[in-house]
Design a protein around this ligand. Structure first.
Ligand code: ADP
Ligand code: MG
Length: 465
């Protein structure tokens, strides 16, 4: 083996996680999950979602979703046909900067209410007509997919803790975002009731639940591996000893908890190693380290200060996927991507260099996928989802021969070749799972399900009343 590859191989080895390492991580992870059920301010927050039932696929009806993400506002209607199929109509538009940062909460929420009215005018005029003619006409339930930190005290109520992603409307902080939206909807006299505040992970699990045939076990875990990472799982409430406002007197036995496993201050190593936001940056640092090692002679010693390698955050995670996917002789696709991504002239990128980058990317990518599987396995263990005695939903049947169905979504799991395979294999090394348990875990990719799932959650909630 030539020099540069030896160096790369040594570096890649530092990313390896043995089975014992995975077990140890899981022990710590399950410990954090348990603390999150007891303490008020733990490092893994374990936020109650107030979702206690799961769709069976036979539901019928129509409901709405509004999804306020980082840049776009999406409004959609979801009609469930009762046979695991649905019709989704949707509109999307960017949120103008003047609305993202304004003085009054009403500025943003009246903008959203007006977009709901526009949407209904185009696709569901009959609901507007019915409401205009009869003030007792039925209303449409709306799920609000809100990707900002909010403290939920009921399914249809959440206090905004602070804004992120460039939004800045001080007036809305510490207010109930569902109420703010409902007020503006009522001003426009729309036949719409905000019935649920939903995070994208719990929306995704509900969307998968509806789309599966009735004979299939209901999903009880969802894991998102995108810009960030989060997981939700079904947890027996008897083990939740921290006070949950709004829960007293609830007859439910279990609830989906949002672990917030990516965001645990002081201990964010998991998110750094797994999520899309960081994979490119880790690769950049590793490659830069190899360049700076004069002996390795990566890129024929091309001066790194003439490339974009020293620039922080300059590398998108997609290069990790390209490195894994290019298996052709000479690695032409990866070589081109290296040249473009790192700003290194093509002549300086040899096939060996590309192989070196591939080795490093493979090491990092495999580590990320194994850690992802460790996290999925850990929530399965904590929720005792493989046991007959584990958590069940209000609508059951949560169990089906103790199989566990896991919905997953996000660009990293979607695009990184082999991520899903490594993620699926990792849980079997855990004591609480083993070979038998692993064969009972079903992983299902559920693309962009959160809006549909939020609309379903809103529909089910309105039937509870
Ligand atoms: P969001 O997190 O906003 O829901 P995504 O699930 O699409 O969006 O995740 C976006 C993240 O995935 C970004 O951090 C991006 O760098 C990363 N990403 C995009 N494409 C790929 C790819 N081909 N391989 C690995 N990571 C990717
Ligand atoms: Mg997403």
């Amino acid at each position: 083996m030539t020099h540069v590859l030896e160096h790369a191989k040594r570096l890649a080895k530092t990313f390896e996680l043995s089975d014992e390492d995975v077990q140890q991580c899981s022990n710590a992870f399950v410990g954090e999950l348990r603390l999150g059920l007891k303490q008020k301010t733990p490092s893994m927050c374990q936020i109650p979602t107030f979702v206690t039932q799961i769709a069976g696929g036979h539901e019928k009806g129509i409901s709405l979703d509004v999804d306020l993400g980082g840049t776009n506002l999406r409004v959609c209607s979801v009609e469930l046909h009762g046979d695991a199929t649905s019709t989704v109509l949707q509109s999307q538009l960017p949120v103008p900067p003047s609305i993202m940062a304004c003085d009054q909460a009403a500025g943003l929420f009246s903008f959203i209410a007006n977009r709901i009215r526009d949407f209904l005018k185009i696709y569901h005029q009959s609901w507007l007509d019915a409401a205009a003619n009869d003030h007792k006409a039925p209303f449409l339930s709306l799920g609000f997919t809100f990707s900002f930190p909010a403290y939920q005290t009921a399914l249809d109520s959440g206090i905004l803790l602070h804004w992120t992603k460039g939004f800045d409307i001080l007036d809305a902080v510490n207010q109930d975002v569902c109420k703010l939206l409902q007020t503006e909807i009522d001003i426009l006299k729309l036949p719409v009731k905000v019935a649920a505040l939903v995070n994208d992970a719990v929306g995704t699990v509900m969307s998968r639940a509806y789309s599966l045939p009735p004979s299939h076990v209901r999903p009880t875990v969802d894991a998102i591996f995108g810009t960030g990472t989060n997981g939700v799982y079904l947890q027996a409430l008897s083990e939740v000893t921290k006070p949950i406002e709004g829960l007293s007197g609830s007859p439910s036995r279990s609830m989906f908890m949002s672990t917030e496993w990516g965001v645990n201050p002081g201990n964010q190593m998991f998110e750094k190693r797994v999520s899309g936001m960081f994979l490119g940056e880790i690769l950049r640092l590793a490659v830069l380290g190899l360049c700076d090692d004069g002996q390795a002679q990566l890129f024929r010693g091309f001066a790194t200060h003439n490339s974009s390698l020293p620039k922080r955050w300059s590398v998108d995670s997609s290069i990790v996927s390209v490195a894994e996917a290019d298996n052709s002789k000479g690695l032409p696709v990866l070589s081109q991507k290296i040249s473009d991504t790192f700003g290194i002239p093509e002549d300086f990128v040899t096939t060996e260099d590309a192989h070196a980058v591939k080795l490093i990317a493979h090491g990092m990518g495999t580590r990320a996928a194994r850690l992802a599987g460790m996290a999925v396995g850990s929530v399965i263990i904590q929720g005792r989802l493989l046991d007959t005695q584990g958590a069940t939903t209000d609508t059951g049947p949560g169990k089906g021969g103790c199989k566990v169905d896991v919905a997953v979504d996000g660009s990293v799991v979607e695009h990184y070749p082999g991520f899903e395979v490594h993620m699926t294999k990792a849980p079997k090394v855990l004591d609480g799972i083993g070979d038998a348990g692993e064969s009972n875990i079903i992983i299902g990719h559920t693309k962009d399900g959160s809006s549909v799932g939020a609309a379903i959650i809103a529909l089910l909630a309105s039937r509870d009343i």
